[in-house]
Write a protein that binds this ligand. Structure first.
Ligand code: ATP
Ligand code: MG
Length: 141
């Protein structure tokens, strides 16, 4: 049975382009509740730690530089089947392949600067949520 929470970040490209409000509206309209949220900036070290699973990939350095290049919005989202439904809402990693109307199709610039992050499993949603939020910053609405 799939869990009810996932973790997301609005990435520096979408924040810089002024899309925070539109992306949060689309998330709410799709039925997700925001149970935790912060506007913050990742250090290079923190961005490297967050994406450590990709350390061996050729784009890792670029990814870490990009994710620490400006502010992000981090949030924990709640909905039935949250991880899979949110991946559907954001669309494919490469916006050229993302389904029309998805967040990445609407707002992403390219495969690297792709507007949003979404957890890929319940386990990673829990790990990523704990990376960004203390228990006192998470609300049961
Ligand atoms: P995210 O984990 O950010 O939600 P994802 O799960 O769709 O994205 P991953 O394979 O986990 O995709 O890649 C993590 C991030 O690394 C991507 O969102 C993108 O920003 C960057 N990335 C992935 N592939 C490439 C690539 N070929 N070139 C440049 N950047 C890439
Ligand atoms: Mg991923």
């Amino acid at each position: 049975m799939s869990g009810n929470r996932t973790f997301t970040m609005i990435k520096p490209d979408a924040v810089g382009s002024g899309h925070i409000g539109a992306i949060l509206a689309q998330i709410n309209e799709a039925g997700f509740k925001i149970v935790a949220m912060k506007y913050t900036k990742l250090s290079k070290e923190k961005a490297g730690e967050f994406y450590a699973v990709h350390a061996a990939r050729p784009f890792y350095g670029e990814l870490v530089d990009f994710m620490s290049s400006g502010p992000i919005v981090a949030a924990i989202l709640e909905k039935n089947n949250a991880v899979a439904d949110f991946r559907t809402l954001i669309g494919a990693t490469n916006p050229a392949e993302a389904a029309p109307g998805t967040i990445r199709a609407r707002f992403a610039k390219n495969i690297g600067e792709n507007a949003v992050h979404g957890s890929d499993s319940d386990e990673n949603a829990a790990i990523e949520s704990a990376f960004h939020f203390a228990g006192t910053e998470i609300f049961n609405l």
